[in-house]
Design a protein around this ligand. Structure first.
Ligand SMILES: Cc1cc2nc3c(=O)[nH]c(=O)nc-3n(C[C@H](O)[C@H](O)[C@H](O)COP(=O)(O)OP(=O)(O)OC[C@H]3O[C@@H](n4cnc5c(N)ncnc54)[C@H](O)[C@@H]3O)c2cc1C
Length: 417
């Protein structure tokens, strides 16, 4: 069988790993120009592998498979030198958050770090190209597909017996095109996570960083929105992320090089009802408006005090940003963000302050736009030879869940052969 895989990210890794030793011809189309430029988003920029039943996606992935996939990635590293830990192992800390209305999220994590990720990607790639039936096509962005009678055509690259779309969040343009053409593939399309990246001095969260590295909590704010922390980076760095037509903010940390700040996302989950059906459009508009105010390619940085009181920030005080100066502008996020989101975030931070004193300090830093798209949920049952895996399917939000999704889809593919 001739199989086409669009995108070489975490989900594709799981799928290819499962089917690599078969007689099928496997063609992987990746828009980046070579393996060094390939993003594998999370795997390249940070690489925290989580094993948890409570986060990572809406699939039921057994703890055993999650652990197996962590071992799979770690075994590709030469040094096996990684940071590991568990969140909320201490009942005393769990209760401290719980008493103030927070829901702690329990997970085990394995932190590879940005610096070791390049090696990991190369080793995975080297293993795959040693199989004669696996063909990589870099610099090959798929811009359209066509469902034919018993084949799937990839615009400019011919027809395939089976196609697996694994384009992650950065492939939103292709996904939009597909669902516009084949709206029957959509099963759910109403959620988006919109928020900020928060940066504070390490010493404010020292105990938590030492105890669990990654603290994840959820909170029902006074607006009714659920607000959560995401992607905590002790001694980390804030970065911007290029989505092609807009920029957002993100964070990462390295195993060797450390900063004196910790950053994490504070996100409000927005679930809208009919006739709304374009969460990516909504998130993109807010991001573009923020970029418009900041100037092309830039994001807005503001102190927490000014964010709370809707005043433009002109000077910083004690906390200095880890994001390079040419990538942000000091401004007022309130000019771009809906009020309900801002109020939800402020409510979250104010309630967190008694649990983590100093978290609401006036000179802490707020960056926007920070957006996590819950991509449209796609129906994988509808067309048997056309599947979506990983984040672009709307079912996953983490490296391990995306890899597991690919792996399980590979298993399903083999059993149907
Ligand atoms: C900066 C950042 C840090 C993160 N950190 C973590 C973390 O520490 N831990 C964690 O669990 N999760 C993390 N995540 C989330 C995690 O990266 C994703 O959940 C996971 O990578 C999803 O895997 P995927 O295969 O679905 O997509 P991806 O890994 O994003 O791979 C998609 C691939 O498809 C390619 N592509 C896109 N469109 C096309 C097209 N039209 N044609 C051809 N190729 C295309 C892309 O270039 C990319 O290589 C992070 C995400 C980001 C953005």
């Amino acid at each position: 069988m001739k199989i086409g895989i669009i995108g070489f990210g975490a989900a594709a890794v799981g799928f290819v790993e499962k089917i690599k030793s078969t007689h099928n011809q496997i063609h992987i189309f990746e828009k980046n120009e070579n393996i060094a430029a390939t993003s594998l988003s999370g795997i390249r920029a940070d690489g925290k592998l989580f094993v948890s039943k409570e986060m990572g996606g809406d699939l039921d992935i057994s703890m055993e498979l999650q652990q197996e996939l962590v071992d799979y990635y770690v075994n590709h590293l030469e040094s096996k030198n990684i940071e590991t830990g568990s969140s909320f192992r201490s009942m005393e800390i769990y209760q401290r958050f719980y008493e103030k209305g927070f829901q702690p999220v329990i997970s085990n994590f394995y932190h590879i770090g940005t610096d070791q990720l390049k090696e990991l990607i190369f080793r995975l790639y080297e293993n795959f190209i040693s199989y004669k039936n696996i063909h990589f096509h870099f610099n090959s962005e798929i811009t359209d597909i066509e469902i034919q009678q018993d084949k799937i055509k990839l615009a400019g690259f011919g027809s395939f017996d089976h196609v697996v779309v694994a384009v992650g969040r950065s492939g939103h343009q292709l996904i939009n095109r597909i669902i516009k053409k084949y709206p029957e593939l959509v099963v759910d399309n109403t959620m988006v996570d919109l928020g900020i990246r928060y940066e504070i001095p390490n010493h404010v969260v020292e105990e938590l960083n030492r105890e669990m590295y990654e603290f994840k909590v959820k909170f029902k704010s006074k607006t009714g929105y659920i607000v959560r922390t995401f992607c905590n980076n002790p001694s980390g760095y804030v970065i911007t992320e290029n989505y092609g037509d807009f920029y957002t903010v993100n964070g990462h940390s390295k195993l060797k090089e450390k900063s004196s700040n910790t950053n994490f996302a504070v996100l409000a989950t927005i679930q809208l009802t009919q006739p709304f059906n374009d969460p990516i459009g909504y998130g993109s508009y807010v991001a573009k408006l923020t970029n418009l105010l900041a100037g092309k390619d830039k994001i807005i940085l503001q102190t927490y005090h000014n964010f709370k009181h809707s005043k433009r920030t002109k000077n910083l005080y004690r906390v200095m940003p880890t994001l390079p100066e040419d990538q942000y502008i000091l401004g007022d996020i309130n000019l771009a963000y809906p009020r309900r989101i801002i109020e939800s975030i402020i409510d979250f931070i104010e309630n967190l302050d008694p649990v983590i004193p100093g978290v609401a300090n006036p000179d802490n830093l707020v960056y926007a736009p920070e957006i996590k798209f819950f991509t449209t949920k796609i129906d994988n049952q509808r067309i048997s030879n056309f599947n979506f895996i990983g984040d672009c399917s709307g079912a996953t939000r983490s490296i391990i869940y995306a890899t597991a999704h690919g792996y399980l889809m590979g298993e399903k593919f083999l059993s149907a052969e």
